[in-house]
Design a protein around this ligand. Structure first.
Ligand code: AMP
Length: 217
């Protein structure tokens, strides 16, 4: 299956993507994670992306589309993938449509995670992620780790992403409404969008998502 996950920052895309990818046996491809990995390794691409990310802006398409395409054409993604955070604007969606078409492929679904805006701000402000694996996500109130600052899964250090601070979150939400939301209409026109509520426990949302993807809404 080839799936795109869309939703505002804080909708739980990273968390859900990790579970869904495992259930569906396809790789989880997160452009945000790819950028963060490049930043930690100090690559040229990471240097180009960092200032945009720190400001809560989108990294330019020239950098992003090539990086996403390289990852999607790796051998483990031959039979499908779950895209998390890409495409993030209409021109990226068009580039993706074209590259899939050129390879005789198509998307199976666009899963839209819906969550009210005040909930998003609460979720992000308290979010802490593991330095070893960004799918290990905790929250200072809703999902506390057993030991403060330490990942329950692997013992890694938990930290707050620089772009999770309140001012940057507001900026990222603006960018989401302005640039990313229009891709939902782009994909509605192709009959691909399935919308689910992202409220509730993580496993309830995963179940809702799996049912929706099976067409069993
Ligand atoms: P995320 O981890 O998906 O929240 O992404 C973190 C940041 O990485 C975003 O706020 C953007 O600055 C950048 N980013 C991730 N994916 C994209 C994309 N598809 N296009 C442009 N910028 C992106």
């Amino acid at each position: 299956m080839r799936i795109v996950l869309v939703g505002p920052p804080g909708a739980g895309k990273g968390t859900q993507a990790a579970f869904l990818a495992k259930n569906l046996k396809i790789p989880h491809i997160s452009t945000g994670d790819l950028f963060r990995a490049n930043i930690s390794k100090g690559t040229e691409l990471g240097k180009q992306a960092k200032a945009f990310m720190d400001a809560g802006n989108l990294v330019p398409d020239e950098v992003t589309i090539g990086m996403a395409h390289d990852r999607m054409t790796q051998p483990d993604a031959t039979n499908g993938f779950l895209l998390d955070g890409f495409p993030r604007n209409v021109s990226q969606a068009e580039a993706l449509d074209e590259s899939l078409k050129a390879d005789g492929q198509k998307l199976d679904a666009v899963l839209d995670l819906e969550v009210p805006e005040d909930e998003v701000v609460k979720r992000i402000a308290g979010r802490r992620i593991c330095r070893n694996d960004s799918s290990h996500v905790f929250h200072v109130t809703y999902s506390k780790p057993k030991t403060e600052g330490v990942c329950d899964v692997c013992g890694g250090e938990l930290y707050q992403r620089g772009d999770d601070q309140e001012e940057t979150v507001r900026k990222r939400l603006d960018v989401y409404h302005r640039e990313t939301e229009p891709i939902i209409d782009h994909y509605k026109a192709q009959g691909l969008v399935v919308t689910i509520s992202a409220l509730g426990k993580v496993n309830e949302v995963t179940k809702r998502a799996m049912d929706a993807l099976k067409g069993d809404k």
